[in-house]
Design a protein around this ligand. Structure first.
Ligand code: ZN
Length: 500
């Protein structure tokens, strides 16, 4: 009987922490969607107070007692995962001196604005001193958090993707560089030009909204437990598995919002699929950044940019946009949305060049953290790497090193998870193709069957198991970069008539 009482105590303790977290999430969502422009400074005070309350709860000695007591009992896999996450969260929050943490928070809340101004004025020098300070804090904090002998950039990588240190990522990006850079050259030199002019031109916002809701629903996003709103940059957030929120933006090019909605639906479906017994606990979220991105990119690219997917759906698109697409064949539409166009902006990249954008960032981050690269050299090195890998060179820093907000927010070690996600998705696809008639299901409009398989192997586990374990359990193999390279070469080799 005593044991049961204690169980309840740990749960209700952590439930308070989770409630604060959910409130913080709701404020973040609100800031990006509906909050009035001038709300910022005052709302930031509420958020600050809530963050402090969360930190107090997670670092309090009462939690240590509850966790130790719990550890002395026999635990299920889920319970021990919760205990593991609680220790981890506590360790990360308590090893940074509060004064330094607050000073850093203030720096970061300012730096996003400095970055935005610098970007607008195309002036990297205005941002460089702030970036230097952020990097020095990041290195200091990583030093506090490092386990014995652990390198600083590995500490940062570990925040986003467990089990993927520099050693493993060097190998991964090494393969991409060796295989994809020359392959991209072949695609460009093939001289094949795919017309895509019909993707731009008077696509009304109202109709685009109708299409977005139709597609989210079609791929399995449950509108009884989720919503779709608008924001400057599309994202997904969730309070629990009965409240998952997506956003999108409507642009002139119809495929921009169309695929971003399928992408965010992939994130949303993951969160909706987490088990009821896990939601509102410390493991009631996706396994990692990379695994999350694998699901969104699986829906966006492997399902959404698949010819078979459009067989039952393309008619709906033509019905919504008879003027623009009425005379465009389905095959031409699918070729157009898969067109390869090496560019300067990561978020607009096609599937083939996407991970090369990420590779540039990985190589530079590693040098900034491990080799003390002078930040003033960044614009030039960025441009050189783009020229080498993608054959394009930014004219000014706004379309180069200043394009992403991540570094201004102190997110170092985040970028690799974007490329890993695509690679996880390819490995999952390879496994599914072997075991089911994947394209046949898409042709029949049965995305649900595919979604259920993803749920059974990945979604329902939340953060109980890490990404490598999930891949291993599902596909019978540890992570392998080769599947991603093979997938891209097969798909784009065919599209561009290039030998692989
Ligand atoms: Zn995403």
């Amino acid at each position: 009987m005593k044991e049961r009482e204690n169980q309840g105590r740990l749960e209700s303790y952590l439930e308070r922490a989770m409630a604060i977290k959910a409130a913080l999430t709701l404020f973040e969502w609100d800031n990006e969607t509906l909050a009035p422009q001038k709300a910022g400074a005052y709302t930031a005070r509420i958020q600050g107070a809530l963050s402090a309350a969360y930190q107090e709860l997670m670092t309090d000695s009462e939690l240590v007692d509850l966790l130790k007591e719990r550890e002395s009992q026999e635990l299920s896999e889920e319970e021990s995962a919760i205990v593991r996450e609680a220790w981890e969260e506590r360790r990360e929050l308590s090893c940074i001196p509060p004064k330094e943490y607050r000073a850093y928070q203030e720096l970061v809340s300012e730096s996003a604005r400095t970055w935005a101004d610098a970007k607008k004025k195309q002036d990297f020098d205005a941002f460089a001193p702030v970036l230097e300070k952020i990097i020095s804090y990041q290195k200091k904090f990583a030093g506090y958090q490092a386990r014995k002998g652990q390198r600083l950039y590995d500490v940062m990588l570990d925040h986003y993707e467990k089990g993927f240190s520099m050693e493993r990522l060097d190998e991964f990006f090494g393969i991409l560089k060796r295989e994809l850079v020359p392959f991209l050259q072949k695609v460009i030199q093939s001289g094949v030009d795919i017309p895509d002019d019909f993707l731009t031109g008077n696509y009304s916002e109202e109709k685009q909204r109708e299409l977005a809701e139709f597609l989210a629903n079609y791929v399995g996003f449950d509108f009884d437990r989720g919503v779709l709103a608008e924001s400057a940059h599309p994202f997904t957030t969730n309070l629990h598995n009965h409240d998952v929120r997506l956003t999108t933006h409507y642009k002139e090019r119809v495929d921009s919002s169309l695929f971003s909605v399928i992408h965010e639906s992939g994130h949303g479906i993951y969160e909706l699929g987490i088990g009821d017994q896990l939601t509102l606990t410390l493991v009631g979220q996706g396994a990692s950044m990379g695994m999350h991105e694998s699901q969104s990119r699986f829906f966006e690219n492997i399902i959404g940019r698949n010819e078979a997917f459009w067989i039952p759906v393309y008619g709906k698109l033509q019905e919504l946009f008879p003027q623009q697409l009425g005379k465009v064949d389905r095959e031409d539409f699918v070729r157009a949305v898969n067109k390869v166009q090496p560019g300067l902006i990561r978020t607009e990249a096609d599937e083939l060049t996407y991970s090369l954008h990420v590779m540039v960032r990985y190589e530079l981050e590693k040098m900034l953290i491990e080799d003390n690269l002078d930040v003033r050299k960044l614009p030039e090195m960025w441009a050189d790497k783009y020229e080498e890998y993608l054959g394009v060179r930014p004219e000014h820093p706004a379309e180069g090193v200043l394009q992403d907000i991540h570094w201004a927010q102190g997110s170092f070690g985040y970028f690799p998870s974007y490329a890993l996600g695509s690679a996880f998705a390819a490995q999952i696809y390879q496994f599914m193709r072997k075991n089911m008639d994947f394209e046949g299901l898409l042709r029949q409009g049965e995305v649900d069957v595919i979604r259920q398989v993803l749920n059974r192997h990945i979604h329902r586990f939340g953060k109980v198991r890490d990404s490598r374990r999930l891949l291993m359990d599902m596909t019978g193999e540890d992570f392998k970069s080769q599947y991603y390279v093979e997938y891209l070469k097969e798909k784009y080799g065919k599209l561009y008539g290039v030998e692989v």
